[in-house]
Every structure is written in C-alpha cells, then in structure tokens.
Design a protein around this ligand. Structure first.
Ligand code: AVJ
Length: 331
C-alpha cells in the first residue's frame, strides 16, 4: 500500500533543467544573502521543527489543529471523496484529522480505500510518517514523493487523473514565499488541478508583534537550534565549512511587509567554502543571511490572489482569537 518516488535523487536530477541547488547558489551570491527555506529540513531539521510545533510560544500548530478538529467533517462533506495530496507533509500529524474525516466520509459512500500523496524534501520523515500511517489506517494507499514543491507540482500537472484531487498546503508554509513567489506557487497549484478539484490552505494571520516574535525566538532556544541546523545541513550535504558557533539566530517582525524575518548573523568576518557547489562566500562581521520569511496574511487579500489563479474560495474557518485561518478553494 506504499509507493515512494524520489524526485531529488541523482538519477532524477540529471533530467531536470533547473536543479534545486541552483537556487542555493543564487541565494548565497546575492545581496542580502539568502538560503532557501527547504534547506531547514534534513532529518534533524524536521525533528527540530516537530519540537517547535509543541513549544508554548508556537501557537500555530495548536491553533490550526483546533480548527481542523471542528471543521474536518464539514470540509470532507463539501469536497466529497477525493485523493489528498499534501505539500510539505512532514510528520503528517495534523493531516490525521483530515484522514479521519475522509475515512468516515468514505464509509458512508461505501468507498474502500483512501488515497494520500504526501510530498516532502526530507526522505527520512516521509518514510517514517508513511510507515506509521499505514499501521494506523488500514484502508490507506500512500503515494509519497521526496520532492520540492516545484518538481512535484510539475509532475502532478503532467499526470491528470479522473479522481478528484484536494491539494493541501497547511501549517502556513505559504508564508515562506514572497508575494511574487506566492503568485507563482498558486499558479502551479492551479495547473495541477482540474476544474472541480480543491485547494486547502492553512495560513497564519496578523497579530500583536510581541506574540509573533516570541513564536520565532522561543525561551528554550529550539528555534535558534533549528535555524543554525540549516548551516549544519549545508555542511553535510554540500561539503561546506560553516562554523555554527560563529553565527547567531535573529528573528524580527517587519510590520511593513507583515512578515517574520529569520536571519543567521555572522559574529565575525569569515570565508565559507561550499565545495560541492564550487562556491566561496565572504561574510562581514554582523552581516546576516536571510534564512526564512514567514508572512502573516490578510485572508481577504489572499482570497483575491487565489481568485486570480482560478481558485475560488468556498469557505474560511478560523479560531475564536482569529489567529489562524483555514481556507478551502475550488478550481
Ligand atoms: C513551516 C514555514 C510554517 O514559518 O512558522 C517555524 C517554519 N520557522 N519556526 C513557520 C518555522 C521557525 C514554519 N513553517
């Protein structure tokens, strides 16, 4: 009941015109320097992210979970039986609430199996969560993809099916995209859907900056460790020589652009070599590398952007404090 495709393996990569590594090279040679957020998620990074989700300051996961608890059955009612595709599935913990609801729906419709297609850049967490899901859900068929969003969405667009699709992009992962990147991603999502298919989006909403900054700079330092681990990941994967003790975690809320900006600040002038991508970079003292933006959304604005990509919002759910939003759109 499990099929796993690796779209990032060496064999698969040689066929691609734009390797994901190019983005890393480009990011580190521009000003300010940036590292694509996908590089957070090696095995250790995915584990640290799971720890973040349980932090008292990180209200996002808890809040979205509470929304899913109340809306999952209604959501399944609206879409009807479908294949659930998830971008950035990670541990698939919150997704279990959706799988439960679709399982109940399928029972009513006397449909035997439920198809789940998780997509994640981290093979270890993808395999682990698939194994656990198969143990807990006897009717589940899993088609996992080790992939970036780009590659997976291109593959989905090239392989239309007759089964209805629901593409899930939850946990506010859309927050990692700039406004232009966001439009591009929504266009790719739309291209992977047929008219009548659905898109489920979880987004963090604007709120008191103090609450936001605490969520990205927790007292236990787990987010700092998560941020620094990105450099360790680059060391392991691209034969780089970042010295983690020479960088500091910084997280600030930009009230103009409504986004948390996470940086790695260089404690001194340093030269870094990334052997495997043949790149040497210089960092000045206090120079920062932008490792992540995490945008906070206005649902009304996003609704228009979705609309522009033929994704028509059917329903928006939120929590009593209006801290997090779940939007369901139909193509
Ligand atoms: C997985 C992108 C939604 O932006 O809140 C958590 C990642 N970064 N703490 C977020 C993250 C720092 C997270 N997303």
């Amino acid at each position: 009941r499990l099929q796993l495709d690796d779209l990032l393996g060496p064999a698969a990569l040689s066929h691609q015109p734009q390797s994901p590594q190019r983005e890393l090279y480009q990011g580190l040679t521009q000003t300010p320097k940036t590292i694509p957020a996908q590089y957070f998620y090696d095995e250790r990074g995915s584990q640290l992210f799971e720890q973040i989700c349980d932090l008292p300051e990180y209200y996002l996961t808890r809040t979205e979970t509470s929304i899913f608890r109340t809306c999952a059955d209604e959501l399944a009612q609206i879409t009807g039986p479908c294949e659930i595709i998830e971008l950035g599935s990670g541990s698939s913990t919150k997704t279990r609430l959706l799988l439960d609801a679709y399982q109940r729906l399928n029972q009513k419709h006397q449909i035997a199996d439920l198809k789940y297609s998780p997509i994640d850049v981290s093979p270890s967490i993808l395999k682990l969560s698939a194994k656990q899901l198969l143990q807990d859900y006897s009717d589940l068929q899993i088609q996992g993809r080790v992939s970036t969003y780009d590659l997976a969405l291109a593959q989905l667009a090239a392989t239309p099916t007759t089964t209805k699709r629901l593409i899930g992009f939850i946990g506010s992962s859309l927050g990692n995209f700039t406004p232009a990147g966001c439009d591009r991603l929504l266009a790719q999502v739309s291209a992977a859907l047929q008219p009548g298919d659905f898109f489920l989006l979880g987004i963090d909403l604007r709120k008191d900056p103090a609450i936001l900054e605490a969520a990205y700079d927790d007292a236990q330092g787990v987010t700092a460790a998560f941020n620094l681990n990105m450099l360790q990941h680059l060391n392991n994967r691209f034969e780089a020589n970042f010295d983690l003790t020479q960088f500091e975690h910084v997280a600030l809320y930009n009230q103009t652009t409504h986004q948390i900006e996470m940086h790695l600040r260089s404690r001194q002038p340093q030269t870094i070599r990334l052997k495997a991508i043949n790149l040497t970079i210089e960092l000045a003292a206090d120079e920062t590398i932008l490792s992540e933006i995490s945008r906070k959304f206005d649902p009304a604005e996003l609704q228009i952007q979705l609309q522009n990509q033929q994704l028509h919002v059917q329903r928006i759910w939120t929590d009593p404090q209006n801290w997090f939003g779940v939007m369901l759109a139909q193509k």
